[in-house]
Design a protein. Structure first.
Lengths: 449, 449
């Protein structure tokens, strides 16, 4: 029987970071990563395989990341775990013994069985599977009309990419607005406006009743019986955690189907950890269970699990997901971290909010000036920042990260008002009207009233 | 005698923010701003008046910022302060009475009297003075050869702008490298390479002996007697605080010439505050006095002074300058916050450093991918982040702000390793190789050794 000190199951972002961090922290331990896929794609890059990039080969994670870190790679599927004997069975019939095991088994797109027509030809989902995606992309070649179902960030990105490259795209979202988990309505509307201006047709506030067609898809019937003609349908209505292997091996699974872990990313077995899309998450703010799946957050979980493999550290805990995320539609970028106003109120927080609309260069006469909008959601009682939403140019990615650090440090409005920021005409908003600080000022004023 | 509750002296960034914040916090108080200049320029935008912008009119701060906030504006010079009677004398011979006074008198370019030829025609400095700058710009019209003396950020920006718009520019810096207060040598070299690639001639590690010419400037003699021909010379060798008014009114001035203030931005008179370039500063990290002058930092001081005018708040303190700043040369941006390695060592800190070189998009096959380099300077004993230096695309501005918040929150390497960041192919580095986190990992590894 093959043996390794640390065994990682799953080769996407979480698995890779867990493997390399484990090797970095415990350099005398052997680390092996087992994954099903012969090639791994950068998950967030997948929508861009459909246009901006020439092909999926350009979106690959090179295996050198693993070999350079002295991580052994095995392409195989783990079929069973024996937590007591510390053995994994793999698809070729052999076994691998381990001291510590990290489950990073990821997630699978939801393809609802109850939806009529879901198995028709040219109905696609977006799995992290190169072979499937290459076939999917090839199938779109002769096709004109595409309906994307689900207006989360993957649906929005896919719709925009396909539209940019000549398809006639309709995006259908059941909720009143796209991206409604990350943005309050008044900011989500801005994303919708950009999508429409770029040619995407939007159907929001309405669900899909069935997918039409005999053999191949011909259209989609909405809940109000409107029929949208379609040569292809893309389902981006969410992902379910790959927790079957863990469940049948006796691990606790939470109500949403995630492998239950604590703040060290440990399962109920102290030698076995779970991270990424398959691992349970709690909201940093609301402390309720979340189904958030983000590669970047997975990487934080992976580092934490790997550092705690052999020695627990109370300063290396995962404090709960802040659902931090950003995306871009054309030249406009969108980012969010923490709770949105709607969710905060739903969860019984007494909040104050403020939105400042500024610009991301100064003076605004500079060539590549974009608008920059920052909305802050703040606890009325304590002044602690609970959430932020941002719209602007491409610096929105790092500005969102800045807000993420503000939330993770439980900073208050007062801390923002006294904080030093750096500004530059060609790079940022003006120091006198830096939207993040101005939004904090507006809230400070409301708190005094 | 005219009377106001709050009187602000000085109309640049600090003065404006102090006035508007005072009005926002103490809405029942009358606020007046007195300034000499009829029109105010955005200070950091001044170098761009020489090329990127058509004229200085495009770099103006509109007075509407004041009138919209119900701040009374008076164009005049304050000639004397009577701190006891709470009266300012102004240039038209009248007086203004106040309850609270905020000095935001700014700074003036250094034009050393000992330097021969300093008063020749076509020797310029870069004051925040629209009339002077308009004349200066007009004078450059028929001119080819320009020598810029001083390779701090203003010198670098001026050199690059003038070069971009067809001048033959030589930048002379006495220190071994340009930008050497903000960057350690190995990063400063990258700025030098970009400058050279864009056509700026560099002379580093050598000072200026004298400026040549009879009436008009004809050249510059360096300390090694090399003569650089020049039709114009621009001195960007630093600024001195405008503290003469305060000094003759009996306020304490520190050794560097700044008006001494405490963490509430109060002078030794509890009703009189000083902020911005004229106010004393202590380093957040080294706790020694600093001569840093940055509009963005001034705005933080301005908010703090204004909020503390009538009621002191222990949560609204200025904790010391982190010297946070960013700039751009062409497509490459540079940012820094906290201490550089050289200074930390000079000040007796035991530090560990690490530099990670990555990219700012993912995959790197995406069109506008730039390199992204992050260097961290960390206390070996505590793991607390003391400084960061960044090079990359335009998101460097906000990434520097992120590092600024990390420093101001006294975050540790462990806090970085467990932090959640958001990433996106079109906006940021990959989650598996986010340079800030990777640099923290490298330092964590060194701390374990």
């Amino acid at each position: 029987m093959e043996k390794t000190d640390v065994l990682i199951v799953g080769g996407s972002a979480a698995g890779i970071v867990a493997a390399t961090t484990a090797k970095s922290f415990y350099s005398d331990k052997s680390v092996m990563l087992v994954r099903k896929e012969s090639q791994v794609l950068i998950p967030c890059g997948i929508p861009y395989v459909f246009g901006t990039l020439e092909c999926s080969d350009q979106d690959q994670v090179p295996d050198a990341v693993l070999s350079n870190a002295d991580v052994k790679l095995k392409i195989a599927e783990v079929t069973a775990i024996d937590p007591k004997e510390k053995i994994c069975k793999i698809s070729d019939g052999t076994e691998i013994g381990f001291e510590k095991l990290v489950l990073a088994t990821g997630s699978t797109p939801i393809k609802p069985a109850w939806l009529k027509g879901v198995d028709l030809e040219n109905v696609f989902t977006i799995p992290k599977d190169k072979i499937y995606l290459d076939h999917f992309k090839a199938s779109l070649d002769g096709i004109t009309k595409v309906v994307v179902v689900g207006g989360g960030f993957i649906g929005v990105e896919m719709a925009d990419e396909l539209c940019k490259f000549g398809k006639d795209v309709t995006l259908v979202e059941m909720m009143p607005h796209v991206l409604s988990l990350a943005f309050d309505p008044e900011l989500a509307v801005e994303a919708e406006e950009v999508l429409i201006s770029r040619g995407v047709k939007l159907k929001t506030g309405i669900g899909v009743k069935e997918i039409n067609g005999d053999h191949k898809v011909t259209g989609v019937t909405l809940n109000d019986d409107e029929i949208l003609a379609a040569d292809a349908v893309i389902l981006s209505i969410g992902y379910r955690p790959n927790s079957t292997l863990a469940e049948k091996s006796g691990f606790q699974i939470n109500k949403m189907g995630f492998i239950r872990v604590n703040e060290y990313m440990r399962t109920d077995n102290p030698d076995i950890f779970a991270i990424g899309d398959c691992a349970s998450k709690t909201s940093f703010i609301t402390r309720t269970e979340k189904a958030t799946m983000l590669a970047s957050t997975s990487c934080a979980e992976a580092r934490i699990a790997a550092m705690n493999l052999y020695k627990l550290s109370t300063v290396r805990l995962f404090g709960g997901t802040i659902s931090i995320f950003c995306t871009a539609i054309g030249d406009l970028a969108f980012g969010a971290a923490g709770v949105i106003e709607n969710l905060a109120k739903e969860r019984d927080f007494d909040v104050l909010t403020a939105t400042f609309k500024g610009i991301d260069r100064h003076p605004g006469t500079l060539p590549d000036t974009q608008k920059q909008i920052v909305k802050l959601i703040v606890s009325k009682e304590s002044g602690i920042i609970l959430g932020g939403e941002v719209i602007g140019g491409k610096s929105v990615g790092e500005l969102t990260n800045l807000i993420g650090f503000i939330i993770q440090n439980r900073m208050t409005v007062d801390a923002l008002l006294t904080a030093q920021i750096g500004t530059h005409p060609l790079l940022t908003a003006p120091p006198t009207a830096y939207p993040l600080i101005k939004a904090a000022e507006m809230i400070a004023k409301k708190r005094r009233q």
